[in-house]
Design a protein around this ligand. Sequence first.
Ligand SMILES: NC(=O)c1ccc[n+]([C@@H]2O[C@H](COP(=O)([O-])OP(=O)(O)OC[C@H]3O[C@@H](n4cnc5c(N)ncnc54)[C@H](O)[C@@H]3O)[C@@H](O)[C@H]2O)c1
Length: 256
Amino acid sequence: MLLNRIIIVTGGAGLLGRSFCEEIIINHGICIIADLNAEAGEQTQKELQAKYANAQVHFIHLNINSKESIIELIEKLHIKFGKIDAVVNNAYPRNKNYGRHYFDVEYADFCENININLGGYFLVGQQFAAYFLKQGFGNIINISSIYGIIAPRFDIYDDTKMTMPVEYAVIKSGLLHLTKYMAKYFKGKNIRVNAISLGGIKDAQPKSFLIKYRKLCLNKGMLNPQDINGTLIFLLSIHSMAINGQNIVVDDGYTL
Ligand SMILES: NC(=O)c1ccc[n+]([C@@H]2O[C@H](COP(=O)([O-])OP(=O)(O)OC[C@H]3O[C@@H](n4cnc5c(N)ncnc54)[C@H](O)[C@@H]3O)[C@@H](O)[C@H]2O)c1
C-alpha cells in the first residue's frame, strides 16, 4: 500500500508510534522514526530492522517544539530522498504536572501543556505544509482522541488515581478543528489533512477502570495499538485520496 513512500512518525518510539512504524514497514513504506527520546528511537529502529530484514527504517532526532529541529529534519530527508510523502503528527509531549484533577491544575501548567502539545502539532503541520506546498503534494495525519469529540465520562475514573485531564480535552478538540482549518487553507494545493480519533489503549490500567470502560463500548473495550493501524495505512494510501479534512473515529463505539 505504501511502496517507496517516505513517511515520518513523530513520537515514533512511543506506544502507538512504534506500532504505526511497524505497519508502515509491513506495507513497504520508508519509515522515519522522529522522536525526542534518542535512546528509545534508536532502540525502536534497531528492533524493527532486526524483525523485518528488508525494512527501510531510520531514526532522526526531533523536538516538535523547536522550529529549527523540524526544519532540520525536513532538510535531511529532502537531501536523502528528494521528497516527503506524509507526516503522522503523533508525539505526546506533556510536562511533569500533566494529568492532575481539574481544580489542581495551575494556570502555568495548563498553558505549558497546551503550548507544547497542541502548539507542537501546529508547528509540525505548518513546517511540513510549507515543504509540501513547494513539492506540490503532501499528506498530514493528526492523531486525536475520543476526548476531542465527547465530554469525559468521569465516573469511569472513580476509585482510580486517573482522570481525564482538562488540557487533553482542549488539545484534542483543538486539533480536530485545526485539521479542518488546514485542509481548507490548502485548497487546490494537493495537500490532505485528516485526523484519527482513537479510543483508550490498554496499558496496565486498573481492572475496575477497564471493566467500566468496556461497558461503554460495543465489543472489545480498550484497544491495542494495532487496532488503529488499518485506518492509518488507509489514510496514508491512495485509497483515501478523496478524503480531506475528516476525522475517522476508531473506538469500538465508545463515543456512541
Ligand atoms: N495511549 C492512548 O490511550 C491514546 C488514546 C488516544 C489518543 N492517543 C494519542 O496518541 C498519540 C501517541 O500517544 P502514546 O500513548 O503512544 O504516547 P507515548 O507517551 O507512549 O509516546 C509518545 C512519544 O512522543 C515522544 N515525544 C514527547 N515529546 C516529544 C517532542 N517534543 N518531540 C518529539 N517527540 C516527543 C516521546 O519520546 C514518546 O516516544 C498522542 O497524540 C496521544 O494523545 C493515545
